[in-house]
Ligand binder design. Structure first.
Ligand code: FAD
Length: 441
């Protein structure tokens, strides 16, 4: 047990409380507190990892990871990070099928958010690569959850369930075979949104991993760059790398000073950054998987560039054929003089069986803006109303502003999820601020 300050990545939500090790959990301990919440590495942006009226729990397995080479899976403690998993797997010639944009996400957090990666069009969400989860329930049982058969309902309520069904202790995760720790990448520029979307479609056909960056500044025409990559084979490498093709790599550690001044991110500074980024020479050839899949991780606390008031990320998903919505978003940003330097666009393939999972076939775009620009919130509310009309949705792991009625309109399987939550957590012990706001707990 220890004093703990829990913060969202956006630096807009925090709470001070006690944090217990999962091994300390007992019915007596539970009765002493109103509610509890498992937390990982604090990379969710808003209030999904915040529990203002209760305590926190952290899994402490010392990031335990075992690779089963014959059956091609990893058994991971939920506190291990995606980066730990990648390095352990790569050393043996394997790689996870789905990884997010940062390696600093815990396995527990990745399951609770049912994360998606640049490979969604081929591999689906993280939940689809999970063979088994060990879940500690509020009645102090450890349940084995699998995607099919007995307990599969609890499995798909826990995958994407934002920690509200219990504490994920361990998970068995499927791995893919790789010959090297490198990717063979290609990058192309597009001068407008139509070209950009077309390039993403082409890249999805060719590449296992695809992502686009949109320039959300200036004329907001949707110009940007698309990068795609496949796992490189030994024959693709330079002679000197062929001798040891599987090299686990740790991120460089350039720390951003704690809280730069608020003006550091301004319309002008972002516009200049985006101008340079758009013109930066295009990448082609072999790149280490770490640098290709997690480019932002070299700057460890980049969220500090938004100053003390923090940032809000609006990540939405829209179905194919609703691309007009992008222009609605661009117009709001342009009118409000909001330039965003992290406009990340991806395509989604088919959805899985998770009840609160985010991906649905279509497009997803994330837009960052400074939380101090509170004048933008009513406009984002209007964007959310428009999103509901076209059957789009907001990603819970990035959200801090959605209202319960909007959430209900976006996620149709909430009643099914709630029925399972009542069974597995009859006293409604697992709670978060987001869960309360959205009527989930
Ligand atoms: C730079 C950056 C890039 C990102 N890129 C992507 C991306 O490409 N794709 C994507 O899908 N997401 C992405 N995310 C979001 C991130 O993957 C999710 O927010 C993820 O849940 C964070 O995991 P965490 O370990 O930090 O968990 P936390 O932020 O600590 O918690 C997040 C949620 O997980 C629950 N949780 C954590 N551990 C457990 C556990 N052991 N048992 C049960 N519940 C648990 C918490 O209760 C909470 O609801 C990104 C975030 C950042 C900051």
């Amino acid at each position: 047990m220890r004093g703990h300050i829990q913060k969202g990545w956006g630096n807009t939500h925090s709470s001070e409380s006690i944090c217990f090790k999962t091994s300390e959990f007992s019915l007596e301990l539970r009765q002493g507190f109103q509610s509890g919440l498992a937390v990982g590495l604090g990379r969710s942006y808003g209030d999904s990892s915040i529990n203002s009226d209760g305590v926190y729990f952290k899994v402490e397995s010392d990031a335990h990871i075992e690779i089963n080479q014959d059956e091609m899976f990893a058994l991971c403690g939920a506190d291990a990070s995606i980066g730990d998993l990648e390095r352990a797997a790569v050393a043996k010639g394997f790689f996870p099928l789905t990884v997010p944009g940062t390696e600093f996400v815990s396995i527990g957090g990745a399951i609770a958010s049912n994360i998606h990666g640049k490979s969604h069009h081929r591999a689906g969400s993280f939940g689809e690569s999970i063979i088994e989860i060990d879940l500690l329930t509020s009645t102090n049982q450890i349940l084995k959850l699998r995607p099919e058969g007995k307990n599969s309902g609890y499995f798909w309520a826990t995958v994407g369930g934002m920690g509200l069904t219990g504490i994920i202790i361990n998970a068995k995760i499927k791995l893919g075979r790789v010959e090297t720790s490198y990717a063979l990448v290609e990058e192309r520029r597009a001068t407008n949104l139509n070209e950009l979307l077309q390039l993403v479609r082409e890249f999805d056909e060719k590449y296992q991993h695809t992502v686009a960056w949109i320039d959300l500044s200036g004329e907001y025409v949707g110009r940007g760059k698309v990068i795609g990559g496949n796992h490189a084979k030994v024959c693709d490498l330079k002679e000197r790398d062929k001798k040891s093709p599987l090299v686990p790599k740790k991120p460089r550690k350039i720390s951003i000073p704690k809280f730069l001044p608020n003006w550091f991110i301004s319309n002008l500074s972002v516009r200049i950054f985006n101008f340079i980024w758009f013109r930066k020479p295009l990448q082609k050839g072999v790149k280490h998987l770490r640098d290709f899949l997690h480019p932002l991780d070299s700057a460890k606390n980049w969220n500090n560039v938004y100053g003390k008031s923090g940032l809000i990320q609006f990540q939405f998903q829209i179905p194919y054929n609703e691309e007009e919505y992008f222009y609605t978003v661009f117009n709001v940003l342009k009118e409000s003089k909001i330039a965003s330097f992290l406009g990340v666009l991806k395509s989604f393939g088919p959805c899985d069986s998770s009840l609160l999972g985010f991906p649905n076939p279509g497009w997803t775009l994330s837009v960052d803006f400074p939380a101090r620009r509170t004048d933008l919130l009513p406009k984002i509310q209007i964007l959310i109303e428009e999103l509901v009309k076209i059957n789009g949705r907001v990603y819970l792991s990035k959200d801090s502003i959605l209202m319960e009625n909007e959430f209900r309109a976006m996620y149709q399987k909430i009643p099914e999820w709630k029925a399972l939550k009542n069974q597995i957590d009859p006293d409604n012990f697992w709670r978060s601020d987001q869960g309360r706001r959205l009527g989930l707990c």
